[in-house]
Design a protein around this ligand. Structure first.
Ligand code: GLU
Length: 448
């Protein structure tokens, strides 16, 4: 916690209770994740309670796969609920009971189709938004408010009010797109005689063209970013910056410090721009700071999941590999794209690289000569490999590019790889030797 004067909302005893209330009708969107994060940060900062509520009364659109995705994405970000998950679908009798109260009070009526509708009194509805200030709306714009639909299921606005009230939610933090719903909810609070919570509507997230972040802009779900290989703490840090700033122009602020610094009152009301470059930069900062063993854990988990690495893998070898590629990756997914040759036997040979560097006069002979010089090296270490290679080039009067480029293609299958001698050392003696042979074999142009 920062010392200094506590703000009104972080005063001890404020007993903050907030909720994140996703509907499992799609994968967890970046915007929803940011809503979850701001609720979580506010709760952690104020030592309050963060509740996860699943709004699954839309039985047609709700799907257990999406629910799994929501859990996995929140888990990835380290957003853990203090209470819940609470399922609205398990609370149907409660909504019926509360609808009955309004019927009994003559404030609601049963429609022909069996649905229950609240008769909204004509009035000006005002609520105070923590970020937007007072918002006033004329209730004539939403005269009849459905509470329970013909199928017996509650509407969003009704279930939301009943739950927020019964769960003693103190602050409703949600996306700007719900501002128009809030007056409808406020009239329901009044009808029940419930005290409304503090509302806090946070800004939309937009893409480069300033329209709401959607598929057109690229990845929109947390899971897609996880798959690309952003680190959880980098993504957490990045999401926190979407509408909030720690001050002092700081951007790289680790999760624990964000919790200490976060102030809901300081969230901006203007749309938050999803800046892919900033996310990439932040991820790079976090990657750089990881120790080899921690990075190795992250990478091993991915590669095992992808079936690229065996569950029982050689840890010491794997850490040497990770140390070699540590500063060559931007996101974890770069490994599967660029460094797969460490895990394939033989590697996949890139045709362009083969044509350019192997299908050249004399290449096969040069690679075989190199193979002979490297074969006796023991231990098979980068300095010894480099020394033998340079000696051979000097003896033969070869330019480095006449040997180094073909050798790189032979061992990696590609024209770009980590430094050659270290790559060979990590591949090890046997694989390097057999790949030089393979390169020599491919270097012989097939007679037409
Ligand atoms: N289920 C609603 C949504 O996902 C919740 C809105 C709210 O927080 O009240 O948009």
């Amino acid at each position: 916690m920062t010392s200094g004067s506590p703000s009104a909302t972080s005063a001890p005893g404020a007993n903050v209770r907030v909720r994140f209330a996703p509907s499992p009708t799609g994968k967890l969107h970046v915007g929803s994740a940011r809503t979850a994060l701001f609720n979580f940060l506010f709760a952690r900062h104020t030592k309050g309670t963060y509740i996860l509520r699943i709004e699954d009364t839309d039985t047609k659109r709700s799907n257990p796969e999406f629910l799994k995705d929501i859990y996995a994405s929140l888990d990835f970000l380290g957003i853990k609920a203090d209470e819940g998950p609470i399922f609205q679908s398990e609370r149907l009798p409660i909504y019926k009971e509360y609808a009955q109260k309004l019927l009994d009070a003559g404030k609601a009526v049963v429609e022909e189709n069996g649905g229950i509708v609240f008769k909204v009194p004509f009035q000006k509805v005002t609520f105070d938004d923590m970020l937007h200030g007072p918002v006033t709306m004329d209730s004539t714009t939403f005269e009849d408010l459905a509470l329970i639909k013909a199928d017996g299921l509650p509407t969003y606005n009704f279930a939301c009010v009943v739950d927020d009230a019964l769960m003693n939610i103190t602050h409703v933090i949600r996306g700007d797109d719900h501002i128009a719903n809030t007056p409808k909810q406020v009239v329901l609070y009044e009808a029940f005689g419930f005290k409304p919570p503090v509302f806090c509507h946070i800004p939309l997230i937009v893409g480069a063209d300033r329209s709401r972040l959607s598929k057109r802009h690229g990845a929109t779900s947390v899971d897609e970013y996880r798959q690309v290989g952003y680190l959880p703490e980098a993504f957490f840090n990045y999401l926190a910056l979407l509408g909030w700033a720690p001050g002092g122009n700081r951007e790289h602020v680790p999760p624990q410090e964000i919790i200490e610094l976060f102030e809901l009152e300081k969230v901006r009301t203007t749309a938050a721009f999803f800046d892919q470059k900033k996310l990439d930069w932040l991820n790079g900062q976090y990657l750089k700071q990881l120790t080899v063993p921690v990075l190795a854990d992250h990478i091993a988990k991915r590669l095992i999941e992808a079936g690229i690495l065996e569950k029982q893998y050689h840890r010491r070898w794997f850490e040497r590999f990770v140390a070699l590629i540590h500063d060559r990756i931007r996101v974890l997914g770069d490994i599967e794209k660029e460094q797969l040759f460490f895990f394939q036997e033989p590697p996949v040979y890139d045709e362009e690289a083969v044509a350019k560097f192997l299908k050249q006069d004399g290449v096969s002979a040069r690679l075989l000569l190199l193979k002979e010089r490297l074969a006796p090296i023991d231990p098979f270490e980068a300095t010894a490999i480099e020394e033998a290679t340079r000696k051979l080039m000097a003896e033969q009067g070869w330019e480095p590019k006449q040997l180094i480029h073909p050798a790189r293609v032979a061992v990696s299958g590609k024209s770009v790889s980590p430094p050659l001698f270290e790559t060979m050392a990590v591949l090890g003696h046997d694989r390097t030797i057999s790949r030089l042979e393979e390169g020599a074999r491919r270097g012989v142009a097939v007679p037409s």
